[in-house]
Design a binder for this molecule. Structure first.
Ligand code: UGA
Length: 434
């Protein structure tokens, strides 16, 4: 099939590349000329495991091309995906100006039936708004489809190629037929393509992310309580997760959820409820608790050092909001850095992929180490903010040689408690005994 993808951010690029991988011809459009030029030369602008191989292969096979010319893309495509940003506006509601602007531009170019697919996370009712923009600017019949993405950064290729489900919001039979043809190759194992109306599809995306954020937040609170009552959150996690109704996944406590999706989507759903005169109380609590959870490690430090971090030097492992990504948006590590500096401490950081982004954002406020061990030199304590695999089984003897004190504050529960006691470390983690 012939596809156009408008916007080559994270979602657009993964979508375009993975759609090309099953044999479709995909043309990706972006207004950023320098970026398009780089992609035309096979340079991938994001770090996402496994994507580079597919990206290069499909460029070589000429199934994946890039342009700044929207007209060329619209003319050639049967299905046009919009993967454009929906940043939170001043009031917390998603800003639709990119999407509605692109819809207007596309509307002026269409000369025959097209399916316009919205991949961005958008408030309920956006498909209707997009449809109205088309109705205003063209007499050609088009269908607007809501097709939310459920990709996780770090495993986005796998999530796209083998989705748990595909959600398609449209009441048009013609669009349904084209979309099921397009997604057929991705659900061969029998996972469902769920057809529903546009509004239900739009809400599904927000409800999914908000539910997952709530699940994590619940576990963070359980972990905090575990510390007070002398229980072990790992045991509790396994104890409740074995109940099929609860499920084992997404029950890991930590230092708050981050990233570009959960914080934004929980806020947007709460806002949308408010606009509809509904008080979605649980979401308000989730947002408030998550803010507090970001302070957990710093509070532990303050209590350990009797409220005085002045002149202390800390090593920080992990900057990205989660492993296998260089994304530092809403990363708890940034909050920790800020607080440590405010309290007069100095920090040396290491992250396998996130260092460049942090440098661009905060410059020389911290020191950057070339590897995880160098980061420890002379540090009063090590703090762990992201559960990268390389941190899971480190050389503790080498660490001991570098650290000034054998003290670790772990926001991701990477190590076995008994092992740390045997090694002689002071080891403070989340929801577990000291
Ligand atoms: C999330 C959703 O999982 C995707 O389904 C969705 O498509 C995506 O948002 C999106 O809307 O674009 P992502 O933000 O990439 O994906 O990352 P997750 O793996 O879901 O992690 C989100 C946050 O939750 C991270 O900060 C992570 O550390 C935290 N988390 C996750 C926990 O604290 N505990 C857990 O058990 C799991």
């Amino acid at each position: 099939m012939k596809i156009a993808v408008i916007g080559t951010g994270y979602v657009g690029l993964v979508t375009g590349t993975c759609l090309a991988e099953t044999g479709n011809t995909v043309i990706c459009v972006d207004i950023n000329e320098a970026k398009v030029l780089k992609m035309q030369n096979g340079e991938i602008p994001i770090y996402e495991p496994g994507l580079d191989v597919l990206f290069l292969r499909n460029i070589e096979q000429k199934r994946l091309t890039f342009t700044t010319d929207l007209a060329v893309a619209v003319a050639s495509a049967q299905i046009i995906f919009m993967a454009l940003p929906t940043p939170p506006g001043g009031d917390g509601a998603a800003d639709l100006s990119y999407i509605l602007g692109a819809a207007k531009d596309i509307a002026k170019l269409v000369t025959e039936y097209k399916v316009i697919v919205n991949k961005s996370t958008v408030p309920v009712g956006t498909a209707d708004k997009v449809q109205a923009v088309f109705a205003e600017h063209t007499a050609i019949q088009i269908d607007v489809v809501s097709n939310p993405e459920f990709l996780r950064e770090g495993v986005a290729v796998e999530d796209f190629m083998k989705p748990d489900r595909v959600v398609i919001g449209t009441r048009s039979e013609r669009a349904q037929k084209l979309m099921s043809e397009l997604y057929g190759p991705y659900v061969r194992q029998g996972n469902p393509i769920l057809f529903m109306d546009e509004r239900s599809s739009e809400l599904t995306k927000y409800a999914a992310n908000s539910f997952l954020a709530t699940k994590i937040t619940f576990m963070n609170e359980v972990a905090n309580l575990c510390e007070l009552v002398g229980a072990d959150v790992d045991a509790v996690r396994k104890g409740i997760g074995s109940d099929g109704r609860i499920g084992k996944r997404f029950l890991f406590p930590g230092i708050g959820y981050g990233g570009s999706c959960f914080p934004k989507d929980v806020q947007a759903l709460a806002k949308s409820a408010e606009e509809n005169q509904y008080d979605f109380q649980i979401l308000k609590a989730v947002m408030e608790i998550n803010e507090k959870q970001k302070t957990v490690l710093v509070n532990k430090l303050l209590s350990y050092y009797k409220d005085d971090l002045k002149g202390k030097h800390f090593a920080l492992w992990g900057l990205a909001f989660k492993p296998e990504t260089d994304d530092i948006r809403e990363a708890p590590a940034l909050y920790i850095i800020d607080e440590l500096i405010k309290h007069g401490a100095t920090v040396t950081v290491f992250d396998p992929e996130g260092m460049e982004n942090v440098k661009a954002q905060i410059g020389d406020k911290v020191n950057y180490a070339p590897n995880q061990y160098e980061a420890l030199t002379g540090a009063d304590a090590l703090l762990i903010a992201t559960e990268w695999s390389v941190f899971r089984n480190p050389d503790f003897e080498r660490m001991e040689e570098k650290l000034a004190n054998k003290v670790i504050f772990d926001g991701r529960n990477l190590y076995d408690l008994q092992k740390m006691i045997d090694l002689g470390y002071y080891y403070n983690s989340i929801g577990r005994k000291l």
